[in-house]
Structure formats: structure tokens, C-alpha cells
Design a protein around this ligand. Sequence first.
Ligand SMILES: Cc1cc2nc3c(=O)[nH]c(=O)nc-3n(C[C@H](O)[C@H](O)[C@H](O)COP(=O)(O)O)c2cc1C
Length: 184
Amino acid sequence: MPEGKVRETMQKIQTELTYAAEQIQRTLKDGILLNTQGEKFNSMVIGWGHMGILWNLPTFIVYVRQSRYTRDVLDRTGEFSISAPVQGGLSPEVFRICGTQSGRDVDKAAAAHLTLVEPEVIRTPGILEYPLTLECRVLYRQDQVPDGMPEEIRRRFYAGGENESDFHTAYIGQIEKAYIIREK
Ligand SMILES: Cc1cc2nc3c(=O)[nH]c(=O)nc-3n(C[C@H](O)[C@H](O)[C@H](O)COP(=O)(O)O)c2cc1C
């Protein structure tokens, strides 16, 4: 590819990632979707995550509790997609189904009326209703080390009782594609 074209392509990727990072930062606190594709498509609400650079690669990190169905699928497939709204937030129905029910028991795409869209480079689809899409391949996973966290955080997030007690695993995904799905 000629040098000018390479520069143009790099700039385009950079612009897409910058927009995606800003939009994800805005919407993450209210919940966005982490999608996986095992035997079936599944989606769960996440409120924690980071977009950034690791090993000179654009990356998105998600934190998934060990009990989640999503975790089983991530470990088998090594890939995920992220779907975020570009206007407003997740609908109450999607928030409830994808944020409280398990893919072990429910076909969430059908129950939450999600329109799946063919991905570009991985196997996990995006979602038309939440069109900002990152396609990611897992580069690295890291179980949390309970001894390494402040006691106050451990009590607050992992003590059981009203809270859940299982720890999170961080999945660092390389962002292979970032785009907004347009209605055809
Ligand atoms: C606002 C919100 C944010 C959440 N963030 C996370 C998260 O970052 N990590 C996580 O493991 N679970 C998170 N959850 C819980 C999962 O979405 C929920 O347990 C889901 O039902 C798991 O689905 P699965 O068993 O099909 O994987 C969140 C839920 C809500 C409502």
C-alpha cells in the first residue's frame, strides 16, 4: 500500500477509536453490552471496562465474575464484541434481561428482541439497536488475586450476602474493528 494510503488508513482507525472511546466512556456507567457467541449468541450488561493501549495494541478490558455464563463462553471461544448505544441508553427490557438473567437459562437475543448483525472479522455478532461496535480477540486473561486488593474493596464487592462473592477475571481483548452499524 502506498505511504499516503497507509497514513490515511491509520488516521481513519484512530478517528474511529477516539470516537468509540468517548462514547463508551459516556455510556459505560449506565451499562453497555458484552456479547459472546458459543452454541448460541449471548449478551450481558457490563458497567466496568477500559479502552486503551497495551503492548502497542488498541485494547478493551472487561471484568467478568467467575460464575457468569459469559465467562465459560469466553474461555472457549477467545473472542467477544462490545455493543454500546450512540443515543440514550439500554432499554429497560434489555437492561433487565441481559443484566440479571443467565444465558444458561435464557435465549437473551430472542427474549430481549435484539437484532443480530453479521460481524466483520470475528464470529460474534453486533447488535443493530446498540450500534457502536468493537470486535475483540482475547489476548490475555488474568484472575484477580484477592490478597492484592484493599480490604475495603473485598468487603464491598466480594463478601457474599447481598453481594456476590465470586471474583472477577479480566479479559484483555485486542480491538480488531471499531465501527457503527448503519441500518440498511
Ligand atoms: C449495570 C450493570 C453492570 C454490570 N456489570 C458487570 C460487570 O462489569 N461484570 C460482571 O461480571 N457482571 C456485571 N453485571 C452483571 C451481569 O450483567 C449479569 O449477572 C448477567 O445476568 C450475566 O449473564 P450471563 O450469566 O449470561 O453471562 C452487571 C449488571 C448490571 C445491571
